[in-house]
Design a protein around this ligand. Structure first.
Ligand SMILES: *Cc1c(COP(=O)(O)O)cnc(C)c1O
Ligand SMILES: [Zn+2]
Length: 448
């Protein structure tokens, strides 16, 4: 069966198309972003029941490459790629954690957390990067003169790019804002042999430079304005529905910075609806840090205006972005999904992440932003306690230990309500016993 996909301009008045193996990131006619379009007619020749059966059969199986959560949906992602060019590190298939205790603590009957950080490079960026690097490998095999793949990053895109490129034997180049990524995020591309450019600017500054240098077609652009990444990332919504035995939840909360991921989430869900796999769409909530909140500000005007801002330093460093590339796609998604945007202060995001940790998670600060937004929306009555809610956890907390250590040391400039500090004492039995007696009496053990 011949399934086909191509790039198409998102501007409805333009709609120009380009083949997937052309080196193009924005429409040459009107400069809008592109998106990958699929031949839905061909895909709909297979009925919904049969797609579900196929996806289930492949899911987390040992069959390469379709055991990958992304490549198990290959026909919906990149139907024309040769299996031999697929660069997969078995991404996707992450746990949908039943956050039973955390849900109870915040007053929600049913809360689930999609742990996208439990993956090869520690963030959801793997889902998109497997698709982009595979397509690059295919283009190189067809004779495209690509010398390296380049991205600007707040730390996780660069880690994913570097590891997939290293696995494929392709040179990667990453531009990072100096001092604005964690040590783990800096050492990831260094270890994977990327050319690491560490620049005295912020993410938006790196992004500008990357757009300039990739005018040279031998340097291929890997940022999410390249819509190939969105194709892989869109599997997160499909996978969540699959994990609920093909039932869509009521609400999905996702942290947003450059806004590629919320667009991807919406795209996957919409494709399921178009092909009859679901009938109901969930509401989508985008959570932003108050210090980097251009989408939230636009939401307050009903999306009538949008102004880029200078993002301020935030603990949620991966979403410290003031001029999101995918703003138009994100607003379109929020309108389709009856969307809400909420914001979280530094204290709110850090406390929410720590409170979640007390119930068995190990949250990154961006997941903290999403949890804080959820708590606020519950309090405001905008989300009902009877709704089934999924929070998308975007990265593994182990990438952000500096922030977590400082939280527990109460060094973040606010009280750190859930701080837990080690007790320092001599290695003597009496001292240990006395300390335990005192600490256990003071503490409501097993309560958060
Ligand atoms: C990239 C990233 C985000 C934001 O995703 P966007 O597509 O830029 O909105 C959120 N959290 C983490 C951990 C990330 O790495
Ligand atoms: Zn166009």
């Amino acid at each position: 069966m011949a399934y086909r996909a191509w790039f198409q301009c998102i501007n409805p008045e333009c709609g120009e198309t380009y083949p997937l193996n052309s080196i193009v990131y924005q429409c040459k006619r009107c400069n809008s972003l592109l998106e990958v379009q699929h031949d839905l007619k061909a895909l709909s020749r297979r009925n919904a029941r049969s797609w579900k059966t196929l996806f289930e059969k492949r899911y987390k199986s040992n069959e390469w490459p379709v055991g990958s959560g992304v490549w198990g949906k290959k026909e919906w992602i990149l139907p024309q790629i040769a299996d031999g060019n697929i660069v997969s590190l078995y991404e996707g298939g992450t746990n949908l954690f039943w956050a039973e205790r955390f849900g109870k603590v915040i007053g929600l009957n049913e809360l689930w957390v999609k742990l996208c950080g439990n993956t090869h490079s520690g963030s959801f960026k793997d889902l998109g990067m497997t698709v982009l690097v595979s397509q690059v490998k295919q283009m190189i095999s067809e004779g495209a003169p690509i010398k390296a793949v380049v991205c600007a990053s707040t730390g996780d895109t660069s880690a994913a790019l570097a590891t997939y490129c290293a696995a494929a034997g392709i040179q990667s180049i990453v531009l990072l804002p100096r001092g604005k990524v964690s040590i783990a995020q800096l050492v990831q591309p260094i270890s994977n042999g990327a050319l690491v450019l560490y620049l005295d600017t912020d993410f938006d500054g790196c992004m500008k430079l990357v757009q300039e240098i990739t005018r040279d077609e031998t340097l291929y652009l890997a940022n999410s304005m390249n819509s190939l990444r969105v194709e892989g990332q869109k599997t997160v919504g499909i996978e969540i529905v699959q994990q609920f035995d093909w039932e869509a939840p009521d609400v999905i909360v996702i942290p947003g910075g450059n806004l590629g991921n919320v667009s991807a989430l919406g795209k996957g869900l919409m494709m399921m609806k178009d092909l009859g796999l679901i009938t109901k769409l969930p509401r989508i909530v985008v959570a932003q840090a108050e210090r980097a909140n251009p989408l939230y500000r636009s939401y307050l005007t009903n999306f009538e205006t949008f102004k880029p801002i200078q993002a301020q330093k935030t603990l949620a460093s991966a979403i410290q972005i003031g001029n999101p590339v995918s703003i138009e796609k994100a607003i379109r998604t929020l309108k389709q999904f009856n969307g809400i945007v909420e914001q979280a202060t530094e204290e709110e995001l850090a406390d929410a992440a720590a409170l979640g940790d007390r119930t068995g998670m190990f949250n990154c600060p961006h997941t903290g932003v999403a949890m804080a937004a959820l708590i606020k929306l519950l309090k405001a009555g905008k989300i009902d306690k009877a709704e089934r809610v999924v929070v998308i956890s975007t990265a593994h907390g182990l990438k952000f230990v500096e922030m977590k250590v400082q939280y527990h040391q109460r060094k973040l400039g606010f009280p750190s309500r859930h701080a837990n500090q080690p007790i320092e004492l001599p290695a003597q039995l009496d001292a240990v016993k006395a300390a335990l007696r005192k600490a256990l009496a003071a503490r409501k053990q097993f309560n958060v």
